[in-house]
Design a protein around this ligand. Structure first.
Ligand code: GLY
Length: 354
């Protein structure tokens, strides 16, 4: 049965409204350059009115408020969320990021970060950078001042110093002691004496990811971390990888992650989450579908007797219209959000019950 073009358009519109088909993108969404000043405006020139919201991993509970207050006063969403994550980067008690982050196996703190700016479609990233407490800002400097997207290791540090960042020792006394405890327990036959055997060795794959959407629908995302505790020197996690640690598309939304980076990298999971939202899924459904992919991509040695991943991975997302979600592989996770109701922790959706 043939269908006229008009009938086809009417049927697709009805199905789209009913939520069965992805919305057909407008010419702007298909990649036509957006005219200066039109950022945040709809295809027919009516200013986009949405709902500002900031979402992050639970450790961003202070940062989401700072970022939300800034975006509602007109600050650029990327500057606002970087101000939000700077709080954790500079907090010596957060051992998953920046100053005080747990070091690599040699006792050296190596940091990863990346960011994306939706309105201008730009990204920046640093990997394995040492001595600079705020890698999120260095990632933004890569984005703002270079033609590159990613700098790593000694080159990233040199760039940061040239940009005026100050070098400092990031290994706090608390993290040094945790590292030494881990080191002394590595091998019963080594020459380090074991003390205080009841002390639990501290590990973290913690990180902070933060995403924001403004009232005009402009979106940004940032992720920053000290990575997996006691990692092999040079190990790079998901956080500095655009599409894994975070991803942002100003026409759709943003997503980012915390947890076992190796699992995220193989699924390009933040990119995937944004793609699922582009296809019409709400943020929570998009994150659950992303977690299903992560689980499906898990190698057998990392699966338990029930075929479930032995690790956790968490995702956070905002959509252009202000909907948001957090979702984790296992139940019990929480995430931070701030909107007109103020900052709070909410329960994350999950794929598997613990
Ligand atoms: N998600 C942080 C890391 O694996 O490095």
């Amino acid at each position: 049965m043939s269908v006229s073009r008009r009938e086809f358009l009417e049927r697709s519109a009805a199905l789209t409204a009913a939520g069965f088909l992805p919305r057909v993108p407008s010419p702007d969404e298909l990649g036509r350059p957006i005219a200066a000043g039109a950022v945040g405006a709809s295809a027919i020139g009516v200013p986009f009115r949405g709902r500002p919201v900031v979402v992050s991993s639970a450790n961003g509970i202070r940062g989401v408020k700072v970022a939300y207050d800034q975006i509602t006063k007109g600050t650029d969403p990327l500057d606002a969320i970087i101000a939000g994550v700077n709080i954790q980067e500079l907090d010596p008690d957060d051992q998953s990021v920046g100053l005080g982050g747990l070091p690599n196996e040699e006792g050296i703190v190596q940091l990863d970060a990346s960011c994306m700016h939706g309105p201008t479609k730009r990204a920046g990233s640093v990997a394995g950078i040492e001595d600079i407490a705020t890698p999120s800002l260095v990632a933004k400097a890569v984005m703002d001042y270079t033609d590159h997207v990613m700098l790593a290791g000694a080159g990233a540090r040199k760039f940061a110093l040239a940009m005026g960042f100050k070098a400092q020792n990031l290994l706090t006394e608390k993290s040094r002691q945790d590292w030494m405890r881990w080191k002394s327990r590595l091998n019963a036959g080594d020459f380090w004496l074991d003390h205080n055997d009841d002390i639990k060795i501290k590990f973290t794959t913690g990180t902070i990811n933060m995403n924001a959407v403004t009232a005009t629908g402009d979106i940004a995302s940032v992720t920053t971390t000290s990575g997996m505790a006691y990692k092999i020197p040079g190990r790079i996690g998901d956080s500095p990888i655009i599409g894994a640690g975070q991803y942002c598309d100003n026409l759709v939304g943003a997503a980012g992650s915390t947890g076992r980076g190796e699992a995220n990298i193989k699924a390009c999971a933040s990119f995937l989450a944004v793609e699922f939202m582009r296809q019409g899924l709400a943020p929570e459904a998009a994150l659950i579908k992303t977690l299903e992919r992560v689980a499906a991509m898990t190698e057998p040695r990392l699966l338990d007797a029930n075929g479930r991943p032995k690790f956790d991975l968490e995702f956070y997302a905002v959509a252009k219209d202000g909907r948001y979600a957090g979702a984790t592989l296992y139940s019990g996770g929480r995430f931070a959000v701030c909107d007109e109701k103020g900052p709070r922790l909410e329960s994350a959706a999950f794929l598997f019950k613990r």
